[in-house]
Design a protein around this ligand. Sequence first.
Ligand code: NJP
Length: 251
Amino acid sequence: MSELSDKVVMITGASRGIGEAAAREFAAQGARLALLARSGDRIAELADEIGETALAIRCDVARQDQVDAALARVLDRFGGLDVLIGNAGVIAPIGRIEDTDPAAWGQLIDVNLKGVYHGMRAAIPVMTRAGGGSILTISSGAAHGPMEGWSAYCASKAGAAMLTRAAHLENAQSGLRVMGLSPGTVATQMQRDIKASGINPVSKLDWQDHIPADWPARALAWMCTKAADDCLGQELSLRDETLRRRIGLIA
Ligand code: NJP
């Protein structure tokens, strides 16, 4: 039996890409799932495909009230929460600082940074009361190095990385396992949007340069097991070959 068997896992941004792949991986390992995204039809289809153990909840992570309501439904259905994966994210607006629309710039921060905060704020008291849980944030190389045209994205990911460290500092002693995962470039819709923008070196990468979404999905599942207990509080990079080997992604 997998260590993840029956664990209750809430994934934001589960309608496609890394979040969808993570849903399939956790489901394969026997977890119970809450799939959150704005595309209600898409997550409903995915939940149907997975079966009784998956619950689709339409939710905009930019809204604390919607995240709180989503968690209430999870607790009602499954009776607890073991894992929160703060994965929902957007790349737009792409453009030089002076050319971006302030409202669109702020909306990205609402999703990529405040969305992670909203999830943590809702989940931490529940996990603390239960004596433990894992909170994983999807980070990015963009958290640590600027890229032309991505000021909002880089600032949001840097903020989310620091927020994740703060959550570890405040909650490790209560048994919460808090970590970040920087996946490298992954073959998802986000990379299609980046390619279409043509603005910086990432947009020039070949499609074969990207890893498949099931790699970060498998990494996330591994991070929820005891095997990753020496990584608590850290941001793991899937570009790291030693990590890839530990997870079993490469020989
Ligand atoms: O992107 P994509 P990825 N509320 O566009 C959801 C990071 N990352 O899987 O709401 C709730 O296929 C959206 O659902 P919907 C990246 O920054 C990626 O690549 O229905 N959900 C969809 O399910 C992000 O944090 C790469 O539109 C919202 C999902 O987010 C994470 O990986 C590299 C939402 C986005 O799916 C997943 O990105 C890297 C909202 N307001 C980090 N807004 C990479 N792909 O190369 C969006 O370093 N979503």
